[in-house]
Unconditional design. Structure first.
Length: 219
C-alpha cells in the first residue's frame, strides 16, 4: 500500500518545504496540466527539475496534457521515476510506454472516469501502473466518484490474471473516508491531495491513510 500525496494542494510558494513535511510519503505525485487536455494549468518541466533537485523521494508525474507523445520523455530525462500519461491523449500509447521504460522510468497509463479499462487490458504488459481517475481531471478538492469502484475491481482482476506486478493507483477525492473502499476494491497506490495538505499534521495523515488501506485490504 503506497501513499503518493499530490502537491496540487500544497503551498506552491514553498514546495521544497511542503515536500519535507511528508517524509513518510512513498512518492510525490506531480499533476502536470496544460490548459488543453484539462481546463487548468499547473507545473511543467522546469518545476519538475527543481523538485528533483530538492528531494530524493520518488517523483510520480501525472501528465494531464494534450500531447504526451511529444513531452513525456523529457520528464523521464529530468529524473522522474514514474511518468503517467492519459489513454485519451496518447496517440501511440504502447510506443510511448516502451520509450519511457527505455529511459529507465516506470510507465503509467491513466484513465478518466468514463474510459473503459477493457480496451486497454491487452497492453497491460507494457505498463508498470494503471491510474484510475475517480474524479474528472483538472482541479483538486473534488469529491470521490463511487462509480469507479467496479472499474478498480475490474483492473485488479485484469492485473491478477496477467500475473504481472502492476500498481493500481487511484486519484481524486481519496481521503480517510474513501480510501478503504478503494483498497477493498483492489487499489494499492493512492493519490491524496487536500486530505494530506489540509491536515494539521500532513505526515501523520499519510501514515493514517496507509494504515486504513492496509486494514481494508483482504488480499
Amino acid at each position: 500500500m503506497r501513499i503518493t500525496p499530490s502537491i496540487l494542494n500544497a503551498d506552491f510558494a514553498r514546495l521544497g518545504d511542503e515536500i519535507a513535511r511528508i517524509p513518510s510519503a512513498d512518492a510525490i505525485h506531480v499533476d502536470v496540466m496544460d490548459y488543453h487536455f484539462v481546463p487548468n494549468m499547473t507545473f511543467g518541466l522546469p518545476m519538475v527539475e527543481a523538485l528533483r533537485a530538492a528531494t530524493t523521494t520518488m517523483l510520480d508525474i501525472h501528465l494531464m496534457i494534450a500531447e504526451p507523445d511529444r513531452w513525456a520523455l523529457s520528464y523521464a530525462e529530468a529524473g522522474a521515476e514514474s511518468v503517467t500519461f492519459h489513454a485519451e491523449a496518447a496517440k501511440a500509447p504502447v510506443r510511448l510506454a516502451r520509450e519511457l521504460r527505455a529511459k529507465g522510468a516506470r510507465a503509467g497509463l491513466a484513465l478518466n472516469p468514463g474510459t473503459a479499462i477493457d480496451h486497454y487490458a491487452g497492453m497491460l504488459g507494457e505498463v508498470d501502473m494503471i491510474l484510475l481517475m475517480t474524479v474528472e481531471p483538472g482541479f483538486g478538492g473534488q469529491s470521490f466518484l463511487d462509480l469507479v469502484l467496479p472499474k478498480i475491481r475490474a483492473a485488479r482482476q485484469f492485473v491478477s490474471e496477467s500475473g504481472l506486478d502492476i500498481w493500481i493507483q487511484v486519484d481524486g477525492g481519496v481521503s480517510a473516508a474513501t480510501i478503504e473502499r478503494c483498497a477493498d476494491a483492489g487499489a494499492d497506490t493512492f493519490v491524496a491531495g487536500s486530505a494530506v495538505y489540509r491536515a494539521d499534521d500532513p505526515d501523520a495523515m499519510v501514515n493514517r491513510l496507509r494504515d486504513l488501506a492496509v486494514a481494508a485490504c483482504h488480499h
